[in-house]
Design a protein. Structure first.
Length: 260
C-alpha cells in the first residue's frame, strides 16, 4: 500500500532512538521528510547518514523539549527550510519513576518532560497544520490504562496525552486535522533491554513478560508501532480521528487469567 506520505514534512520528537527511531526510519522509507527533534544531535546523525546512503530524507533539529523557546526555534527552522509542516509525532518521554513519595516539584518536572512538550509543539505547529490539513499522532503508554505502581508522574502525563488526543481531535476537526494516539505496552527497545538486564534473573523476567502477551507470546516490535503511526499520519486513514489505538498483542485488554 502506498501511504501517500512522499515529501510530507513530519516532526518526530525523540526520533533518534527506540520507538522514535523506528518511526523516523519507517517515515523515511515512505519517502516523507522525517525531522527529528531532540537534545542530542549526535544520536540523530547516524540516522541522517543512513537516510542519505539510501537517498531518503531524515533531518535533525537540536531541541530541548522541556524548554518552550527551544521548541519554537526548532519549528521555525523547519518552516524556514520547508515552508510547511504536515504531521507531528509526539513520541519523546521517559518513565522517570516519580511516585507518591517524591516531591511535588519532582511530579511537576515529570509532567514538564512527558506532557507539556506535546502541547507546546502542537501549538507551535498549529497554523501550518491548519494550512496543510495535517495529522498528529501521540505516543502514550499502556500504564495510563493499567497503572504500573511507583510512577505517578509518567502515568499522569500519558493519561493526559490520551485525553488531549480526544480533545484536540474535537477541537481541530473543523480544520480537517486528524489526531490519534498509539499505545504501546511491552516493546523491545534498547532502553527496555537495559531494564531487563538489570533484573536479578533477566531471562526469567523476559520469559514471564512474554508469556503474559496473548498474541504469539512475544514482545511488540518497535517497527510495528512505527507502521501504525505512519498509517495514522497518512491519507489512507483519512476518516480516523480521536482514536486511542493499542498496538500491544492484546496485553492491555485481555483478562489476566488468560493463558495462550
Amino acid at each position: 500500500m502506498d501511504l501517500q506520505l512522499a515529501n510530507r514534512i513530519i516532526l518526530v520528537t525523540g526520533g533518534a532512538k527506540g520507538i522514535g527511531e523506528a518511526c523516523t526510519k519507517t517515515l523515511a522509507k515512505e519517502h516523507a521528510v522525517a525531522c527529528i527533534l531532540g537534545r542530542n544531535p549526535t544520536e540523530a546523525s547516524s540516522l541522517c547518514e543512513w537516510a542519505s546512503d539510501q537517498s531518503l530524507q531524515v533531518e535533525s533539529y537540536a531541541c530541548e523539549l522541556t524548554a518552550p523557546e527551544s521548541i519554537l526555534d526548532a519549528v521555525q527552522q523547519v518552516l524556514n527550510k520547508h515552508g510547511r509542516i504536515d504531521g507531528v509525532v509526539n513520541n519523546a518521554g521517559v518513565n522517570d519513576g516519580v511516585g507518591l513519595r517524591d516531591s511535588v516539584e519532582a511530579f511537576r518536572s515529570s509532567l514538564e518532560k512527558n506532557l507539556v512538550p506535546a502541547f507546546v509543539l502542537v501549538q507551535a505547529c498549529l497554523d501550518s497544520l491548519i494550512k496543510t490539513k495535517g495529522a498528529i499522532v501521540n505516543i502514550s503508554s499502556k500504564c495510563a490504562t493499567t497503572g504500573q505502581g511507583g510512577t505517578s508522574g509518567y502515568v499522569a502525563a500519558k493519561g493526559g496525552l490520551n485525553s488531549l488526543t480526544r480533545e484536540w481531535a474535537l477541537d481541530l476537526a473543523k480544520y480537517g486535522i486528524r489526531v490519534n494516539c498509539v499505545v504501546p505496552a511491552e516493546v523491545m527497545t534498547p532502553m527496555y533491554a537495559r531494564w531487563i538486564e538489570s533484573r536479578p534473573n533477566p531471562g526469567e523476567t523476559l520469559q514471564r513478560i512474554e508469556k503474559s502477551i496473548p498474541l504469539e507470546n512475544r514482545m511488540t516490535k518497535a517497527v510495528e508501532i512505527a507502521e501504525t503511526v505512519a498509517f495514522l499520519l497518512s491519507p489512507c486513514s483519512s476518516h480516523t480521528t480521536g482514536q486511542i489505538m493499542f498496538v500491544d498483542g492484546g496485553y492491555t485488554h485481555f483478562d489476566r487469567a488468560y493463558q495462550a
